[in-house]
Design a protein around this ligand. Structure first.
Ligand SMILES: [Zn+2]
Length: 368
C-alpha cells in the first residue's frame, strides 16, 4: 500500500441556482474526464446529484428538452459504471419542490440538506437510493451505494441526517472541512476535532469524534494559498474564465434575476487575517495549472509528516466548470502521476471501503 490513497470525487451536477444544461455542464466534461482517466490509467468516483434528476423527471411531460436531458443524464451515469468508474450519491436540496417555468427552474433557498425537514430528508435519500440502484444494477449486479458527498458541504444539524445515512447502509460521508463557515446555510465546521484523518462521527455533532460505528467521515484536505498564488488564481478566474462560462448562452430568454441571484451559500467566510488569508481545500475545475500544482505540492508536503500508510486524500472536482480548461486539468493529473508515483495511489470510495478502510487508521473515541 502506498503512503496516500488519492480519491478524486467529482460533483456531477448543473449550477447551484439550477441554471445550465446536462449536455454542456455534465455529459461533455464527464466524458472528457473519463477519457483522460483511461489515458493515464486511473479510476475515480462520480458523486451524482440525484435531487436534480428527480426534479427533471417530475417535469418530464412538460418539455422535450427536459426529456432529452434526463436521457443524457442516465446514459452518462450508466456509461460511468460500464467504464469501471465508481458512482456515489450527492444531493442538492434546493431542488426539492422546484418550480418549472420554461425554460427555467426556480429553486428553493435552502442549500443544506441538514436543514431540510426530517421527512423530506428521508424521502429524498430513500428515493435516491432506489433510483440509482435500479438504474445501475442491470449493468453492475453487485453495485452498492456507500458514500455521500453533501451538497454545498452541508450536514448540520447532523443527528437525524447521519442516522438516516446509517439506516440506508452508507459507510463514508464527505463534505466537512476545517474552519468552513457559511452562516446563510447554517454550516459551521469551526472546531472540527479531526481535520485530516478519517474519523467516526458523533451523530449529535458531526464535528466531534464519536465511538466506532457504521459511518466514517473523511474531511476535505484543507489548503491555504499564499498571496501570490491567490492573486494568480483570481486573475485567471476573472479574466480568462468568466466569459467562457456565462450561463446566459444556454437560453433564448434573459435569465430572471430571481433565478440568477439564488445563492444559498452567499456569505461563505473565506477570508481571515494573516499571511494566508484564504482557506479552501484541494479542488480542481477552472483553475490554472500553476495553482493546481502548488495546491497539491503543499498538501502533499503537509501529509508526508503523518505517520502510517494508506491515508486517504480527497480531491474535489467540479466537471460543470471544466469547459475551456481541459488543458490545465489534463496537464495537472499527468503531473501528479509522474511526480508522485512513489507515494500516491489513485482509488475510488468503493475501493477504499472494500480494500483499505479496515487496514488503515480511522480515529474513533477509543483512540483519544
Ligand atoms: Zn454539489
Amino acid at each position: 500500500m502506498k503512503k496516500f490513497l488519492l480519491i478524486i470525487e467529482d460533483d456531477f451536477e448543473v449550477l447551484g441556482n439550477g441554471l445550465g444544461n446536462v449536455a454542456y455542464h455534465q455529459y461533455l466534461p464527464a466524458n472528457f474526464l473519463m477519457n483522460l482517466c483511461d489515458e493515464i490509467g486511473i479510476k475515480m468516483s462520480f458523486m451524482v446529484d440525484v435531487a436534480h434528476v428527480l426534479e427533471l423527471k417530475k417535469n418530464a411531460a412538460r418539455s422535450s428538452d427536459i426529456r432529452f436531458q434526463i436521457l443524457l443524464w442516465e446514459e452518462t451515469v450508466k456509461q460511468m459504471v460500464d467504464r469501471g468508474f465508481d458512482v456515489q450519491l450527492h444531493l442538492h436540496p434546493q431542488w426539492l419542490n422546484a418550480t418549472y417555468k420554461e425554460p427555467f427552474f426556480y429553486l428553493g433557498d435552502n442549500w443544506n440538506l441538514g436543514r431540510s425537514k426530517q421527512d423530506e430528508q428521508e424521502i429524498l435519500i430513500k428515493n435516491s437510493v432506489e433510483y440509482l440502484t435500479n438504474l445501475i444494477t442491470p449493468i453492475k449486479k453487485d453495485y452498492k451505494l456507500s458514500t455521500f458527498k453533501a451538497g454545498s458541504w452541508g450536514l448540520q444539524p447532523s443527528e437525524n441526517l447521519l442516522a438516516l445515512f446509517d439506516k440506508y447502509n452508507f459507510k463514508i460521508i464527505c463534505g466537512l472541512r476545517k474552519d468552513m463557515h457559511i452562516p446563510s446555510a447554517g454550516i459551521d465546521y469551526r472546531g472540527l476535532e479531526e481535520d485530516t484523518l478519517p474519523y467516526c462521527p458523533n451523530y449529535k455533532d458531526v464535528r466531534k469524534v464519536g465511538k466506532n460505528g457504521n459511518l466514517v467521515i473523511i474531511p476535505l484536505a484543507y489548503y491555504s494559498p499564499d498571496f501570490v498564488t491567490l492573486s494568480r488564481l483570481l486573475y485567471h478566474l476573472k479574466v480568462k474564465m468568466r466569459k467562457k462560462q456565462d450561463p446566459s448562452i444556454f437560453y433564448n430568454k434573459s435569465i430572471p434575476n430571481e433565478v440568477y441571484s439564488n445563492n444559498g451559500i452567499k456569505n461563505k467566510k473565506i477570508l481571515k487575517f494573516g499571511m494566508h488569508p484564504y482557506l479552501t481545500h484541494l479542488k480542481f475545475s477552472n483553475e490554472p495549472f500553476s495553482y493546481l500544482k502548488k495546491s497539491f505540492d503543499t498538501v502533499h508536503k503537509r501529509f508526508l509528516k503523518l505517520e502510517g500508510n494508506g491515508i486517504p486524500i480527497i480531491f474535489e472536482s467540479h466537471t460543470k466548470h471544466y469547459m475551456g480548461n481541459y488543458n490545465n486539468i489534463s496537464k495537472f493529473l499527468k503531473y501528479i502521476i509522474t511526480q508522485y508515483n512513489e507515494t500516491v495511489e489513485f482509488i475510488t470510495f468503493s475501493d477504499y471501503i472494500n480494500n483499505y478502510m479496515s487496514k488503515t487508521k480511522v480515529i474513533c473515541n477509543e483512540d483519544i
